[in-house]
Design a protein around this ligand. Sequence first.
Ligand code: ADP
Ligand code: MG
Length: 224
Amino acid sequence: FNNRLQRQEKMEIISELAASVAHEVRNPLQVTRGFLQLLRETAEEKPKKYLGFAMDELDRASEIITDFLTFAKPQLDDITVLSLSAEFEHIEGILRPMANIQGGDIRVQLPTGLYVKGNSSKLKQAFVNMVKNSIEALEDEGVIQIWAYREREDVVIHIKDNGAGMDEHELSRLGEPYFSSKSKGTGLGLMVTFRIIEVMQGKIEFKSTKGVGTEAIIRFPSAD
Ligand code: ADP
Ligand code: MG
């Protein structure tokens, strides 16, 4: 019992620490990137190349923070009843600009009155990682549809895109740490998402066809 308690306390300290580190580290990364970019503008060919490599590495560090810790807030590990429509309003607000830059659109149809139990920051992290993947998979006239409903004792959420899609092999590797088909991917986003959904006693399933699109179906026990 003692050991378990200590372990739990350690985990809490680690996640609090990680959250504050993420928050504090992101700014200097961005500032450093800005200065490198300025230097690169007037640099000779070889230093230009090296400065580009340095900027790529900084981008990579930022991506890792985004996939892991965007919404992690120190001292906010509490579990409450969450309204899905409110949570998704926030998620949509964050991701709509990113989708629009890609020339895509996000359509959310969530009735009020759907509730799940969990941590608000973690739930947002889980879904942002998924919707971000959908945005990154979009090609011309991309659309991401998000909808949800109650089914018996469960709340069911669908996230469907008409992006690049995946083959069987890619599908089977989803959530595996470091599996990424992107040149600048971390391969950590879905690992984090799967873990959060599991902790919330949820289930996730992916359907996908190469060249057609991808649909994720997530099921949580309803909280009312
Ligand atoms: P990353 O986005 O950094 O590559 P993720 O864990 O978020 O890492 O995703 C792993 C891989 O799963 C992606 O590189 C991509 O190949 C695939 N993937 C995930 N979601 C989708 C999607 N909606 N459409 C197509 N491929 C996807
Ligand atoms: Mg991702």
